[in-house]
Structure formats: C-alpha cells, structure tokens
Design a protein around this ligand. Structure first.
Ligand SMILES: [Zn+2]
Length: 258
C-alpha cells in the first residue's frame, strides 16, 4: 500500500484509514469491470511509538569573505517506514552532500558559507527543520538562499524558485550556466517542507524540479528502493545543485530580497 499521515480534528472518532496504490486500484477496477466479486483482506500494522531523540546532520564549507552569510542546501535524512527511502529522500540528501563534496574536491571556497543540512524527522512533520529554524532564525538576514531537494533527484528540468523579481533575474543568469546540461529553466514555487520557515521569513528559496509522476509512482511505498534511482540522472541533479549553490554563495552580493 501507499502510506502517509492521518490527522484528526479534536473531538471526532479516530476511525482508522488506509489507502491502496494506484496499481492495485486499477487492478481492482479491471476485476470489477469483468464482473468479479471482489473480497479484500486488509491487515494494518500502523502504530505510533513514543518520541525519541534524533538529530539534524550539518556540514559546511566556511566562506572565505563573508563566513557569517549562508547558502543552504538540504534534503531529509529520515524516510517513511516502508521501502528504503531511496527517492524520499535519499536522492535529495545525497545530491546535497555531493554538491559540497564536489566543491571541496575542486579546491573551491566560495565567499560565503555553503552549508549542508540533512534534516531529521521530516516525515513526522518537519521537526528537524523547525528546530533548526528556531535556533538560527536570529541570523535570517544573513541567509542568501535556502535550497531543498525532496522530489526524488531524477533528471532535473530546472529549478523552482521563490523570491523577488530581481533575485529571479539573477537565478535565470545562474541557470544559464547549465546550458551544456540543457537544464536552464527557472520555475515558480521554490517552497519545500523543510525550507518554508525561511521562505516565509523572506529568504529566497529553491527546489529541484524533476519528474513528479515518477516520484509519486514509488513514494511512501515498498517501491521506494535503490533500483528506482538512476546514477546518471543523480549526477546531473548533483551538478545543478553544486553549480547553483556555489555561484550564489560566491557572488559579491547576497540575493536581493526586494
Ligand atoms: Zn520527503
């Protein structure tokens, strides 16, 4: 089955819910259209366990000229309990890791700090992201760009971006550097679960744009395994992530907020 969260308003009976995959729904539909009587045997094992400690994982390349200023790349380290979490969100976590790793291997150090955050407990409601924001929001004016990849890290078609018109124009120029990979589009809606606090505080935000149809074919199911990931596509996604984060971190000015 496809899995996910279920929330209840106060004061209503907490009736258990379940959902099935699109494939199973289509199979049941075909059986019904053949006139078959359908009997479904459903077993549910969902449980809520007590809270426990977990931690964001953070690494950074400290900026050479404006170390207190930050460009942040991120994905979440936890996953749903079914599957392996390869596309949700191993892909996003590891293209973010790879962006810093490539920049370090190339011996580059941008003017401002390039920070990797692998969020914890995204699936339980963005708990790691919320904790990080609470601890760092006093420094929000020093965040130039926050980036998150949480849609699989398949072959990207561009970048989703939220920010001022001036910042968008700069992002279009940055993305034009990726012409050799043919990934130059700047779309709207840069929001993502783990970076929304920052975007709401006025920090420009970006998300990787790729094939959401493929993402939701495997998302939160036993189908989310390493076999779904394509190393060549992940390399392109990592290249986009590295180029965008490095160039924005190395520009003389921060991205304009207005
Ligand atoms: Zn996710």
């Amino acid at each position: 089955p496809h899995t996910g969260t279920q929330e209840y308003e106060d004061g209503v009976p907490k009736i258990p819910t379940a959902c099935i995959t699109v494939e199973d729904a289509e199979m049941i539909s075909r059986m019904a259209s053949h006139g078959n009587t359908i009997v479904i045997h459903l077993e549910m094992g969902a449980k809520t366990y007590p809270d426990t400690d977990s931690f964001n994982t953070i690494a950074e390349v400290t900026g050479s000229k404006y170390p207190q200023q930050v460009v942040l790349v991120s994905g979440h380290l936890d996953s749903w309990d079914v599957g392996q979490g390869a596309l949700d969100d191993g892909g996003g976590a590891f293209i973010s890791w790879e962006a810093l790793s490539l920049i370090k291997d190339l011996g580059l150090r941008p003017k401002r700090t390039l920070r990797l955050v692998l969020w914890t407990a995204e699936e339980q409601g963005g708990i790691g992201a919320s904790q990080y924001y609470e601890r760092h929001k006093a420094n929000a004016s020093n965040y130039s760009l926050v980036m998150e990849s949480d849609s699989g890290a398949f072959l990207p078609t561009g970048l989703q971006f939220t920010g001022s018109d001036k910042a968008r124009a700069i992002m279009k120029e940055v993305m034009s550097l990726l012409q050799p990979l043919n990934v130059t589009e700047v779309f709207s809606d840069g929001e993502g679960t783990d970076i929304n606090f920052w975007i709401q505080a006025g920090v420009p935000g970006a998300s990787l744009r790729d094939d959401l149809y493929k993402y939701f074919s495997f998302h939160h199911s036993h189908g989310d395994t390493m076999t779904v990931m394509d190393p060549k596509q992940m390399n392109v996604a990592a290249a986009v992530w590295a180029v965008v984060s490095y160039v924005v971190a190395d520009m003389e000015e921060m991205l304009p907020r207005s």
